[in-house]
Design a protein around this ligand. Structure first.
Ligand code: XMP
Length: 511
């Protein structure tokens, strides 16, 4: 399989570059910029991409690469900081842009020379997305200018003989009109990619490898019904069959029919599936608790206890499987971020169960790829395209104290919202949407009588990474249908709100 190496200089779009490359069916990995030359050789890439980054290449201690990288005979594409590094390392000069001169941020009209292989087949003028305060005052010997903007004459450089290309803008972001075509040109025209990265191939290779590595071993997986653990379960069951034991802890905080759907999707597969109905236990521990972090802690602890008890019943297992995916792997290499909410992931169980190793069969896949693999493995579309659902479930969507009555109200309201979104054909265009039950009651009038009931709040966000999010501009007619149905069909609810707050300052969930 052909590979592209992405050397990471700490830019904010690094994962996006990797996703874009893979969307063109070329496998790639993101490695630190100081990866030793021997490791780069061993990785055996067909080309290298240098990412952007926050530093200035001329600052003391600025991240760099082993200069021998330029002698490997491999094509290199430098993006933003990566472009400046390429220029400086090969004898050019990079300086801070004076005043407004060549400093550019945001959408920028850019002019291209289509005879440069990177820009072949593209219009001579289009919009790119810039974000740089430094610029190349002098390009290295052997390079020519291939793109410019009104403010900056050195937006794109190329040395076709060595296969070195650099752009000041970000081809990976969607605001760069022809960015995807440029990356494609780099991969196919310059690096000679053939497009051999497909999920069907990944599946075949992964199953072969898992069969070999897990021969004769028993594997345990905490199945939450989320996309990652579901796809991991389907893949592992293809590899090790009934030596895979999946434990699904139904904490009673799932959405309407969700537990049964998960059971139906997995009980027919060649694996051992255990569903633990632990609603009573969870609700008993949560009774009277209103503080969000305490709720999360209780749900997390209780989950582990139930899971541990089931794991003990199964006896010793050799391996614990987790649905870790590539963004977690890339991110785990970075510093500790402030804990905003203690995310409880069902995968984080190692110290509690009796096992020897961890297997993470999806650790090199992006979310879109996990979904594509899930489809290839024949999982139901509802599971594969499922929106994210937090581990603590509806426990953090019932604001304040949790009771079964409140959960039932919320389940119905949430079901109506999802049902109407699906009927409107908007499900795929909304990143995450759900209902929550406020702990506010208010006066209403129903029939001829007074009501004093709960308010439901609807939330829907648009985001690509869930770190920041904007609220969805849902059509009023849809909001109206949902609101009318909820107050008519859900007893105990007489008011519906729509949350129009972005993240930050709000978060996606309410607790
Ligand atoms: P917040 O509320 O932090 O949510 O803006 C961002 C994304 O994370 C999901 N989320 C969780 N997922 N366990 C999870 O597995 C959790 O405890 C948890 N809390 C929030 C949330 O649904 C959204 O997609």
């Amino acid at each position: 399989m052909q590979k592209i190496l992405i050397l990471d200089f700490g830019g904010q779009y690094n994962q996006l570059i990797a996703r874009r490359v893979r969307e063109h069916h070329v496998y790639c990995e993101v490695l630190p910029h100081d990866t030793p030359l021997a490791a780069i050789r061993a990785f055996d890439p067909i080309g290298i991409i240098f990412t952007g980054g926050p530093s200035s290449v001329y600052a003391p201690g600025a991240p760099s690469v082993d200069p021998a990288v330029f002698t490997l005979g491999l094509p290199i594409l430098g993006i933003c900081y990566g472009c400046q590094l390429l220029a400086q390392a090969l004898g050019g000069r990079v300086t801070a842009a004076q005043d407004d001169a060549a400093r550019e941020y945001g959408k920028t009209r850019t002019f291209f020379d289509p005879s440069c292989p990177l820009f072949r087949g593209l219009p001579e003028e289009s919009v790119t997305w810039m974000s740089h305060g430094d610029y190349m005052a002098a390009v290295p010997v052997g390079f020519r200018l291939a793109a410019r903007s009104a403010a900056c004459p050195t937006v794109g450089i190329c040395d076709e003989s060595r296969g070195f290309y650099g752009v000041q803008f970000h081809p990976e972001v969607s605001h760069t009109e022809y960015g995807s075509r440029m990356l494609r040109n780099f991969l196919y025209e310059i690096c000679g990619a053939v497009g051999d990265w497909t999920m069907a191939d990944f599946r075949r290779r992964a199953v072969e490898r898992l069969r070999r590595e897990l021969a004769g071993r028993r594997v345990l997986l905490a199945l939450s019904g989320g996309v990652d653990s579901s796809v991991a379960a389907a893949l592992l069951s293809e590899a090790v069959g009934t030596r895979l034991n999946c434990v699904f802890v139904d904490h009673g905080l799932m959405r309407l029919h969700e537990g049964d759907e998960i059971e139906a999707a997995f009980s027919a597969r060649p694996l051992r599936f255990v569903r633990v109905n632990a609603e009573e236990r969870f609700l008993a521990r949560l009774a009277g608790v209103t503080e969000p972090e305490q709720k999360r802690r209780i749900i997390g602890e209780e989950f582990i206890r139930v899971f541990e008890r089931e794991a003990k019943k199964l006896g010793a297992v050799d391996c614990l499987a987790q649905g870790t995916i590539y963004p977690d792997v890339i991110e785990s290499g970075q510093g500790e971020a402030a804990v905003i909410k203690s995310h409880h992931n069902v995968g984080g169980l190692p110290e509690y169960v009796d096992f020897k190793e961890i297997v993470e069969p999806l650790r090199l896949l992006f979310k879109d790829e996990v979904r594509a693999l899930g489809r290839d493995l024949g999982l139901p579309e509802a599971l594969v395209s499922r929106q994210p659902f937090p581990g603590p479930g509806l426990g953090i969507r019932v604001i304040g104290e949790i009771t079964r009555e409140k959960l039932d109200m919320l389940r119905q309201a949430d079901f109506i919202f999802r049902d109407e979104v699906a009927k409107a054909g908007l499900a795929q265009s909304m990143s995450q949407y759900f209902a929550a039950l406020t702990n506010m009651r208010s006066v209403g009038v129903m029939g001829d009588g007074r009501s004093y009931d709960y308010a439901v709040v609807l939330r829907s966000v648009q985001t690509s990474d869930f770190m920041t999010a904007d609220w969805t501009r849902i059509p009023y007619e849809l909001l109206d249908r949902v609101s009318v149905r909820i107050v008519n069909e859900v007893r105990g609810v007489n008011r519906v709100f729509y949350d129009i707050t972005s993240k930050p300052p709000a978060t996606v969930e309410f607790e």
